[in-house]
Structure formats: structure tokens, C-alpha cells
Design a protein around this ligand. Structure first.
Ligand code: C2E
Ligand code: MG
Ligand code: MG
Length: 567
């Protein structure tokens, strides 16, 4: 412990020093400041763990040192004022200015000193711990959400007074869940700590960084003159992730998606800035991650429209206004129907339908897709049961399942529940998983897919050939079917590359013993070409458009006759 005693009377200093040694033993170094100015010098040079200040320091008052000490610390160490017996007013003033206690010089004893030191230290430790709990994130030591919100408000007031701009930056690690699942939570925690340290080191001293929870960090970048300067600062932050992180003897690479909202341009309130920088961050995520995005008005409008669509879609689901259309999948070998794909339809007020791809994408950004997914699955099961009652035991339904549906256990549990009750249905179900928004390759997700596959459900990779993970998808997940994306199928007669891709996918299917379906077949010429390439199956407007179940029934009736007569 380092103790500073400020007293201009040497005898008083020596008495205090002796009493301290008697009271607490030689616990550390005691330094004597013999005047106000000497004290100022020592206070500025280094920090002490305990301060004793005599109030009468020649013409100056020891009181004047309290603020000097306090401003050096978030929580200052104990400060004890020393005063004469008749100096009660000063004692009160000292306590008001933040001294922790006062002692009357003539009444000093060793036990009194020991007692005072022990109690003030205990109070301080408690205060320090409480402050740490209330203000700091225990894992990374950065500010936590509650203090960050206060700092954001203060920055707002300060910047508006000084007529300055600042940026609120929201930063979320990409695929942090993958790191947690694959390397374990302790590794995840280490990564967060290392990211925190690098972030702290890359910002200027006037900037603020906090961990808001999970893998989400926020920064306030102050006093930036031009918008383009924000880009430089944000690039520094992205640069934090250039080098892999050394964690438990492994190099783990991580990237981040960053959203930025600027005061006062984007909003003049703390809540507005926070929600806009969040929106911008999600925009960066959907732009493919590992990038940053600035909030702007267009983004705001888009978000508003999305919200409206989400609310209306939720209402439509609850009011049972959604429908399933079905589109047959045809064998190119014998014209048989191998399955029908269920495609969701949401009627609009003009007698048509909302664009399925659009509203599904909006639903996928919220939990709504989970309810929709369960509704689609249950509808398909009901339809299969109805067909079974009518004697059509061979009919299969392919349903589209979004990657998000596997992020919680809910969907898998519902499917397992229904299939356990009706095991006959499992062989009549195919789950189509699109490569456009891929599944995460985590043990938890692989286990869920394997569990469903063990029940007898088939899996198909939808929109194959356009994603980034085509082949690894086939290796990681229990797939049975590949569906060639329609952007490839549509071009096989005009693009050498697409023809080559189509051939390669068919060969891949053959080699891995997977069924292959070409999507989006619209013309006879394309169908003939696919037959020539020995593509096993096809689906598209050429055969028939998606339609309600009653139209499908009559189409199947005619189609069966046609197939039979053609054979
Ligand atoms: P998808 O699974 O690839 O479905 C094929 C899409 O292509 C369907 O669009 C279908 O109507 C359309 N299509 C079929 N034949 C042809 C053709 O010859 N030419 C052209 N140009 N298009 C053809 P739709 O119904 O609008 O669905 C779009 C996407 O929305 C689907 O793509 C699927 O990813 C998603 N989706 C549809 N229903 C559901 C659902 O119930 N759940 C989930 N999660 N996604 C769904
Ligand atoms: Mg599909
Ligand atoms: Mg598709």
C-alpha cells in the first residue's frame, strides 16, 4: 500500500507516521508531501492507495487537493482529512467534496487509525465492486449496456452543444454460434475477450467501446468532421479482424458485420440512433457479412414496409388465409410423377397472390417463418392423410423448409411428434433446403437432420449450383436429391457454361447416388436436351404450373391417362 500524507508540519507528520506503523504495521510505503504544491506534484506523478490531507497548508487549504485526486480515478482511493478540534466547518465541507472521513489531529490514536483505514478500504472495495458490476461487462471488462446507454446520451448532449457529428456503430460477429458450437463456449469467450482488447486498441482515446451482450459490441466514434472520415474509422475496426485469433492452440478466423448511424444526420435521439445502427448492421449481414453498412432513409423505408408485410402475413396465417399450391415433379424416364412440391400462396386484395419469394424472405427475418413452417408441414401431412384415405398411398409431397427452422428445436420436435404418431407419412415427405440461405454446418443442425433422415424423411438441396457451398452441403448433410436451380436449367441451350454445369450436376448425382431434378423447365427443347443428358427428373411450367389441390387432382387424372397412352 502506498500512503500519501500531506502536512506542512513535520512533527505532525512524524506522529502520524508512527501511529500508522503502530496501527497497521509496515504495510507499505509512506510518502510525505510538505506543502500544497509538493502534494500537487506528487499527486500528478503517481497514484496512491490512501491519502491523508491536513487542511491547513500555509496559505492554502488541503480541501483544494480533493478534486485533484478524484479526477485521476473512476473511483478514487480513500481520502481522510486531518483537522483541528475547532474546525468542524471544514470537516463538513471536506465530506461534501468527497473525502471519505475526517480525523481530529489531537485525538489520533493507533487503534483509531487502524479502524478508520480498515473501514474506509472495505467501503471503497465494495463501492468499486458494485461500480464494476453496474458499469462493466464481467467477461471483457468493456462498458456494459446500461452505462453505454448513458454514455450515448452524454455524447449526444455534448455533440449537439459543440455542433459536432458522431457515429454510433453496432458490430456483431459473423457466425459466432458456429464458433461456440464447434470450438466450445470457453473458446467463444476467449474470442470475445480478444476482440474486445483489439477493439479497445484500435479506437482513439475519445471514442467509447462497449459489449452490449452476446457477440454484440457498440462504439461511439466522436467528433468526426466529414462523412468519409467515418469510413476510415470503420475500416480500422474491420481491420481488427484481419489477423486470425490464437485460441487454445488454434488459429480461429472471425469476421464482423457493422452498422453505422450518424448523429445528427440519421437521428437526434439515442433510441433512434440505436435502432438505425442495428438496422444498418442487419443490412450488412444480408449483404453477405464481413462488411459495413450506413443507415439511410431508403433502408428505413424498406424496413417499414417489411414490418407492415410481416404484420399482415401474421394476420393472414392466423386467419387461415394462406394456401398451399402443388406442382408435380416429373420423371423424364417414364413420365411418372415422383412427387409434388408444396408452394405457399398468400392471396392479395386484387384477386392474385403476393410474391412468394418476397414474403418468405421477410418472414425469414423474424420468428414468423417458424409458425409458417409448422403450418405448411401440418397442411402437407393432412393432405397426405387424405390421399391415403382415398387410396393414393404412393403420393409424395416436397415441402420447402427454411434454414432458420432448424436453429431452434421446435420444428424438429413437431415433425418427430407427428411422424411418431403416423410413421407411414415419413416416406411420403421430402424436405427441400435451399442453398440460397444455407444451413449452418454445426453439429447440432447435422444431428437434427440425421434424426429426421433416420425417421425416413428425404432431403433435397434446392436451387443447387448457385450458392457458395454446393458440394460441402452434400458432404455435411444427409441429402437424397439435388434440384438444379432454374437459372441454370433455363440457359442450357444458350450458355456453354450453364450446359457444362448442368452436365456436371447430373454426373455428380449419379456418382453420389442422388436423384436429380431440373427446376424451371419451360420449353420442349430444354426438356429434350435434359433427356438427352440423362437428367432423371424435371419440374416446370412446361408440365404444369403450381395449382390448388382440386386442380391438381384433375390434372393428375388427365396426366395419368396421357402418360399411359404415351408409353
Ligand atoms: P423453390 O422452392 O425453388 O420453388 C420453385 C419456384 O419456381 C416456385 O416459385 C415455382 O412457382 C417457380 N417455378 C416452377 N416452375 C417454373 C418455371 O418453369 N419457370 C419459372 N420461371 N418458375 C417456375 P414460388 O412458388 O414463387 O416460390 C418461390 C420460392 O419461395 C421457392 O423456391 C421457395 O424457396 C420459397 N417457398 C415457397 N413456398 C415455401 C414454403 O412453404 N416455405 C418456405 N420456407 N419457402 C417457400
Ligand atoms: Mg423448392
Ligand atoms: Mg428452387
Amino acid at each position: 500500500m502506498r500512503i500519501l500524507i500531506v502536512d506542512d508540519d513535520e512533527d505532525d507528520y512524524i506522529i502520524l507516521e508512527d501511529l500508522l506503523y503502530d496501527g497497521i504495521g509496515k504495510v507499505g510505503e509512506i510518502v510525505w508531501a510538505k506543502s500544497f504544491d509538493h502534494a500537487l506534484e506528487l499527486i500528478e506523478q503517481s497514484d496512491f492507495d490512501f491519502y491523508f490531507l491536513d487542511n491547513r497548508l500555509g496559505a492554502k487549504l488541503g480541501l483544494g487537493l480533493i478534486q485533484e485526486i478524484k479526477q485521476r480515478f473512476n473511483i478514487a482511493p480513500p481520502i481522510i482529512m486531518l483537522s483541528g478540534v475547532d474546525d468542524h466547518q471544514t470537516d463538513i465541507a471536506a465530506m461534501e467534496q468527497g473525502a471519505d472521513d475526517y480525523l481530529i489531529k489531537s485525538q489520533l490514536t493507533a487503534p483509531l487509525l487502524e479502524h478508520t483505514i480498515r473501514y474506509t478500504i472495505r467501503d471503497k472495495t465494495l463501492e468499486y465492486r458494485l461500480a464494476k458490476l453496474a458499469h462493466y461487462d464481467s467477461l471483457t471488462g468493456l462498458y456494459n449496456r446500461s452505462i453505454f446507454n448513458e454514455l450515448l446520451r452524454t455524447s449526444l448532449e455534448q455533440s449537439s452543444r459543440l455542433n459536432q457529428k458522431f457515429a454510433l456503430v453496432t458490430l456483431d460477429l459473423d457466425k459466432f454460434k458456429f464458433i461456440n458450437d464447434n470450438y466450445g463456449h470457453p473458446a467463444g469467450d476467449q474470442l470475445l475477450t480478444k476482440v474486445a482488447t483489439r477493439l479497445k486498441n484500435c479506437i482513439r482515446s475519445s471514442d467509447i467501446v462497449a459489449r452490449l451482450g452476446g457477440d454484440e459490441f457498440s462504439l461511439i466514434l466522436k467528433d468526426v468532421k466529414h462523412d468519409k472520415d467515418f469510413i476510415k474509422l470503420v475500416e480500422n475496426i474491420i481491420g481488427v479482424f484481419d489477423q486470425a485469433f490464437q485460441i487454445a492452440n488454434q488459429h480461429i478466423s472471425a469476421t464482423t458485420s457493422i452498422g453505422i448511424a450518424i448523429f445528427p444526420n440519421d437521428s437526434q435521439t439515442a433510441d433512434g440512433l440505436a435502432s438505425y445502427s442495428d438496422m444498418a448492421m442487419y443490412q450488412a449481414k444480408s449483404a453477405g457479412r464481413n462488411t459495413f453498412s450506413f443507415y439511410n432513409q431508403k433502408l428505413h423505408e424498406e424496413t417499414k414496409v417489411k414490418h407492415q408485410v410481416e404484420v399482415a402475413l401474421k394476420a393472414a396465417l392466423q386467419a387461415n388465409e394462406l394456401e398451399l399450391f402443388y406442382q408435380p415433379i416429373n420423371s423424364l424416364k417414364n413420365g411418372e410423377i415422383t412427387s409434388v412440391e408444396a408452394l405457399l400462396r398468400w392471396p392479395n386484395s386484387e384477386g392474385g397472390f403476393h410474391n412468394t419469394e418476397n414474403f418468405i424472405a421477410i418472414a425469414e427475418e423474424s420468428a414468423l417463418i417458424l409458425d409458417i413452417g409448422i403450418w405448411v408441414f401440418e397442411q402437407a401431412c393432412q393432405q397426405l392423410q387424405l390421399w391415403r384415405q382415398q387410396g393414393f398411398n404412393d403420393r409424395r409431397i416436397s415441402i420447402n423448409v427454411s434454414a432458420n427452422q432448424f436453429n431452434s428445436n421446435h420444428f424438429t420436435e413437431i415433425v418427430t411428434g407427428i411422424i411418431t404418431k403416423h410413421p407411414e407419412l415419413s416416406r411420403s415427405l421430402v424436405f427441400e433446403l435451399t442453398e440460397r440461405k444455407p444451413l449452418e454446418n454445426t453439429t447440432a443442425i447435422i444431428n437434427k437432420l440425421n434424426q429426421l433422415s433416420d425417421l425416413g424423411i428425404c432431403f433435397s438441396v434446392d436451387d443447387f449450383g448457385i450458392g457458395h457451398s454446393s458440394i460441402s452441403y452434400l458432404r455435411a448433410f444427409p441429402m437424397n436429391i439435388i434440384k438444379i436451380d432454374r437459372s441454370i436449367t433455363a440457359n442450357i441451350l444458350i450458355s456453354k457454361e450453364d450446359l457444362a454445369l448442368c452436365k456436371a450436376i447430373i454426373a455428380l448425382g449419379k456418382a453420389l447416388d442422388l436423384a436429380v431434378i431440373a427446376e424451371g423447365v419451360e420449353t420442349d427443347d430444354i426438356a429434350s436436351k435434359l433427356k438427352q443428358l440423362s437428367c432423371p427428373s424435371a419440374q416446370g411450367y412446361l408440365y404444369c404450373r403450381p395449382m390448388p389441390v382440386n386442380e391438381l387432382e384433375s390434372w393428375l387424372g388427365q396426366h395419368d391417362k396421357k402418360v399411359v397412352s404415351n408409353l
